[in-house]
Design a protein around this ligand. Sequence first.
Ligand code: WT7
Length: 567
Amino acid sequence: MTNIGSYDERVKNFSWSIAEKELDYKDGNIINIGWYCSDRICEQGKGDKTALYHEGFTGEQRKYTFNDIRLAGNTIGNFLRKLGIENEDRVCLFMDKIPELYLSFLGVLKIGAIVQPLFSAFGDESLYVRLENAGTKAIITQRKHAGKVRKIIDRLPDLEHIIIVDQKKDKALKEKEVAFNLTEEEPVEKIDIYPTKADSPSVLHYTSGTTGQPKGVRHVHYSLISQYLTTKWVLDLKDDDIYWCTADPGWVTGTSYGIIGPWSLGVTQCVLDKGFSADSWYKFIDKYKVTMWYSAPTAIRSLMKAGEELVKKHDLSSLRQLASVGEPLNAEAVIWSEKVFGMPFLDTYWQTETGCMMICNYPGMKVKPGSMGKPFPGIEGVVLDPKSYEPITEPGQAGLIAFKPGWPSMMTTYWNNEEKYKEKFVNGWYLAGDRSTIDKEGYFWFIGRDDDVINTGGHLVSPFEVESALIEHEAVAESAVVSKPDEVNMEVVKAFITLKPGYEVNDDLELSVMNFIRKKLSPLAMPQEIEYVENLPKTRSGKIMRRILHAKEWGEEIGDTSTLEDD
Ligand code: WT7
């Protein structure tokens, strides 16, 4: 029996109060995600149950029970409080997928502060932009990443504390640095959980938009309601499951479904802090007897490349359900997984902004390979006519994906950018920024993004951010950034540049440009290819026509450029 039962029945009888009741939450009550993910599970008598199996890149293993994560959350929360961190202060988590990342997440929330997770592969400039924007007060990090913080600390007047989790206490530390080692701390049995309410801010995730400036998506504690229920109904997690979410908590999948979802349900999860290899992933599934696996299309395509023979070398019989998110999941990948794992990857569609899954394939519902599925019960999802912004009723017609606001984990604003937030709404609909069709049976079929944002391997990259980094180089006159097709990542970043007079293309120059932007961009945003050109295609008014460059890369019709000239 699946948790969701019949999708159609759930749609008919839906109310978010189903989740509220299961979580013993009533309107106006205190709701604190940190408490729900640890203390409450212990109160239910599951304190000795394993919450986390962790394996580091050296193969070192650690295990934490729900009582362990409760105590660790308390200890970290208490430490932060003593440093002077108050509710709604921003605390950045800047760590690899080490246990302290997961435990600090709970600790920060327990004291009512806002947790700002950032991907640890970010360089100092990417880090700076996000800490500056959020006015972050403290950052929790590792020795190996502290150097990046030191480089920018002088430009961050709000940043008061750099907490290093793997530093011995007696080590000499730099200004504002403080050592905090969980193994050396006395576990704190009880702390006063901050009485956060439904609309109290919880998590601040940064995402790329069309402009260079990343946007801070602000979520609230009430988001728990939909993260809990989607985990239960879509991922179908049950008490004895062993769950593996491969996403990094620097991104929303890694928090909504890599921390909050499973732990609020009291489910055991495992984490592998190691780069991708098909063999080590299969070994991991076998070793921990993973039953439910939530991953991403780029990883799945890499597994496909590694081949079926490798799958047969491992015992993957523990698996009972697979799901995917982040980018289009090709029909071939779904069919392949049915063949080699005996079950399809269930595609789910959502965004940093939506906080929870929005359009999904459900256990028990017919899968149409290549389709994202149907809206989660209680979510009103449509495609809008791009001109009138009215819902399209004709099946198969392309439109803009939009949702009726009001689900619990919807973002509440972009940090310090209410204007950009407001732009996301039209005619009472939230515009996701993607295009899709809906077929006769209500299944959504993804077409593409409605803006220039590039989705490379599930990570959004703003072309403007890359272009801005490029033109800061002394030799670069102009740049245009588009995507180009890629077998594994679906699309990758490609840059075109023209040089200033007096410069010429040679190995030294190319190296100098690459080294220059590497310092400014996250590794995910780095162009895979830079093409040096004499001129860029432009409109008569001087705007660069990325569309032409894009069409060329994708072997598409360029179309009538004469009409574009006056763009
Ligand atoms: C964008 C959101 C929330 C998970 C991580 C990504 C694209 C997401 C799918 C899917 C096709 C998808 C969309 C969306 N996307 N899931 N199943 N099929 N495209 O979060 O970084 O905020 O990106 O990723 O374009 O708008 P994100």
